[in-house]
Write a protein that binds this ligand. Structure first.
Ligand code: C5P
Length: 234
């Protein structure tokens, strides 16, 4: 039976947050943002091991106490210049720390999606099942889409039919993901699924009906704080 592993690339600097602290460490509900995703994966019995990919220059991780997760957490200081490079570096390094085989599932999750829960994890794993390609959490686009011209005026309205917003986790077999990212780190690959798609494959879109947005702008952090508070005190 294939095993399930999580890998969290957290080697970015989050320039859109207007903050000196890399966004994965911004305080959220009394913890650094990355803690929330780490906690969901580490507490799940479905997940065998959790790999965190940090920048070699990271000075923040060790400021916090991660002992509660003990051996389930492996930290790799192998972050690269892009997200795709960070993920690939982590994937290549992971088997040196823990036995990972070609057919094992890898769930890649952004440190900046702190609202990811155990239920979402179970839903993704069940929906993907033993799909030969893999899949990702996603939501159908709700807003009307405008394409802008160079003056930030509307050039045209785009159809939103069949358009989805990709989220994470995105789950693929270890070897397929390594092969896909090895071919693609030089291109503008902003998620793992696009590297798989470049191989001519079609990852499954798994509709996520819960909050799991990426914290990108300062107002996202405020909303995430409210949602966590409400979930804790319904
Ligand atoms: O910047 P963005 O929000 O798209 O980053 C998504 C995730 O990828 C974040 O968790 C970020 O830390 C990570 N990342 C990385 N290495 C980079 C750039 C981003 O691990 N060079």
């Amino acid at each position: 039976m294939p095993k399930y592993f999580a890998i969290i690339p957290a080697a970015g600097f989050g320039s859109r947050m207007e903050n000196q602290l890399p966004k994965q460490y911004l305080p959220l509900s009394g913890k650094p943002m990355i803690y929330h995703a780490v906690d969901t994966f580490c507490r799940s019995a479905l997940i065998h091991q959790v790999f965190i990919v940090l920048s070699p220059q990271d000075t923040q991780w060790q400021q916090y106490d991660w002992n509660v997760y003990d051996e389930k957490l492996t930290v790799l200081y192998q972050g690269g210049a892009t997200r795709a490079e960070s993920v690939l570096n982590g994937l290549i390094e992971a088997p040196n720390n823990y036995p990972v085989t070609a057919q094992d599932w890898i769930l890649v999750h952004d440190a900046a999606r702190p609202l990811f829960t155990q239920n979402q994890l179970k839903h993704l794993i069940e929906a993907v099942g033993d799909d030969p390609v893999g899949g990702l959490l996603a939501i159908p686009i709700a807003d009307t889409l405008k394409r802008s011209n160079s003056d930030n005026c509307v050039a045209q309205t785009e159809s939103r039919d069949n358009l989805w917003q990709a989220q994470t986790p995105q789950m693929f077999r270890y070897q397929m993901l390594v092969d896909a990212l090895s071919n693609n780190t030089h291109q503008n690959v902003t998620d793992d699924a696009s590297a798989i798609e470049a191989l001519g494959l079609h990852p499954k879109l798994v509709h996520n009906r819960d909050y799991n947005f990426k914290v990108t702008y300062p107002q996202d952090l405020e909303l995430a704080e409210i949602i966590i508070k409400t979930r804790n005190n319904p």
